[in-house]
Design a protein around this ligand. Structure first.
Ligand SMILES: [Mg+2]
Ligand SMILES: [Zn+2]
Length: 245
């Protein structure tokens, strides 16, 4: 099987998949635990991206700086086995691998962490919520799909800011569906929609004990999930899976 794969696409969720933590929560755990508590309390009422944007504004108003946020991102847990794995896969000529990041975090968190880990040229494309520093040091974050624009049509339960399934479909379309195999690495419940788009020959590397594992168990069969499923818990186990590709 592996010998017939010329081109593959590896799609990475970011938080708890490529990285070994959740960036949206981590920076507040490091810099302002009272805001982290507030986020936990408001999680059901306020859309998550809006809640992170609001918390960033509050952190800024309390004197939190760009340097502090960047410092927190740079020390966020990130497993060396994951870095080894992706660099090894990327260096291989056969199969040739394209890397796509599909994340509900934001462009600044992701680029800051990738740069710190020496992975800034890993991804061919990063699809996430847009963010930018304003001159005062405030990190301005917006939903990928603005609330005033046409909303996505997903019925599988994706958050309003982005449907990862629709994003994956449009990426595959833009790339002429040229991949012999797609491997999706994810952990969260919002990674369920994109894996429903995968074929028999594709795979999901699902992180155990989190939302995606539960959704696969509860809804996978009902929703006609077709791809092969491999499980991992620690990044050293994901590394074993990557070595089998
Ligand atoms: Mg995740
Ligand atoms: Zn969706």
């Amino acid at each position: 099987m592996a010998t017939s794969i010329e081109k593959q696409l590896i799609v990475f969720d970011f938080d708890w998949s490529l990285a070994d933590q959740d960036s949206d929560r981590w920076i507040f755990e490091v810099l302002a635990p009272e805001l982290r508590r507030k986020m936990k309390n408001l999680k059901e009422e306020v859309q998550w991206t809006d809640l992170v944007a609001m918390s960033l504004r509050e952190l800024h108003s309390k004197g939190g700086t760009r340097e502090q946020i960047e410092g927190a991102l740079k020390i966020m847990p990130f497993h060396p086995a994951m870095i080894r794995s992706v660099l090894e896969v990327k260096a291989k000529l056969k199969p040739n691998t394209t890397f796509l990041c599909l994340s509900n975090a934001n462009s600044v968190f992701i680029s800051t962490i990738l740069k710190e880990k020496g992975l800034d040229s890993l991804f061919d494309e990063v699809i996430t919520n847009p963010a930018e520093w304003d001159p005062s040091g405030l990190l301005k974050l917006r939903r990928r799909i603005d609330p005033s624009e046409e909303q996505h049509k997903c019925t599988v339960g994706c958050s309003p800011n982005m449907c990862k399934g629709e994003e994956l479909e449009s990426f595959l379309e833009r790339n002429s569906r040229q991949f012999d195999r797609v491997v999706y690495v994810g952990d969260g419940s919002n990674d369920f929609c994109p894996i429903l788009r995968l074929r028999n020959e594709d795979m999901v590397f699902c992180r155990r004990h989190r939302g995606l594992e539960h959704r696969i168990a509860n809804e996978g069969e009902k929703q006609g999930l077709k791809c092969q499923i491999k499980y991992w818990a620690g990044a050293w186990e994901a590394e074993e899976l990557f070595k089998q590709l």
